[in-house]
Design a protein around this ligand. Sequence first.
Ligand code: FAD
Length: 176
Amino acid sequence: MAGVTLPIEIHRVPTALYRKPESLRVPGPILSDGINQIYLRDAGEGYLRAARFGWTADRVDPDSYDETVSRAQHDDVRRLVEQRVPAMRRTPSVGGFSAIYDMTPDGHPIVGPVGDIDGFWCDCGWSGNGFASAPAVGAHIAAAITCKTSEVDLSPFAWPRSADATPRPDVSWVRR
Ligand SMILES: Cc1cc2nc3c(=O)[nH]c(=O)nc-3n(C[C@H](O)[C@H](O)[C@H](O)COP(=O)(O)OP(=O)(O)OC[C@H]3O[C@@H](n4cnc5c(N)ncnc54)[C@H](O)[C@@H]3O)c2cc1C
């Protein structure tokens, strides 16, 4: 509507659902396994959800994409999660779903005024990583919009980026 084109692609990411093994006590709200690149957390009583860290390029049309999880994707997630939690080896799979990420070229969000349109601000392109930081970014972008002082410099997330911006680490970041 504003006539601004943003470099955001929509990519599909699978999440697998399992019945929770009786022997498993998830320690805390989430088990985030950097070595095996997988996370596991409760999905309602008696169920767990699991997915890989990061993303793999799987560009789709956000208005029409396959929301299911294939057998190969299921096997991939289970192989990783059972390396951390052996009790997951035989627990029944109860399906899953695919959702979408708003990917930018470097995996970083676009935050701040974009283009020459007075009053047009962006806070988007979080590339599958925008939930945790949302309250802080919301507070700081609100301060910037209302010309108040903000303790955090959001300029690294301006678009276009500065030439020395580095991409967000890829899925192998823990091993490097
Ligand atoms: C499967 C999955 C797992 C994730 N896990 C994590 C995680 O562990 N940690 C993390 O930090 N991030 C995670 N994320 C990413 C995080 O959820 C997103 O980065 C974040 O929700 C993006 O926030 P947003 O406000 O930009 O967009 P959204 O949360 O999508 O909010 C946009 C809102 O705008 C509304 N809207 C759209 N169009 C219109 C319109 N025309 N008029 C009015 N309203 C409209 C939508 O209904 C929606 O409510 C995950 C994402 C997915 C898909």
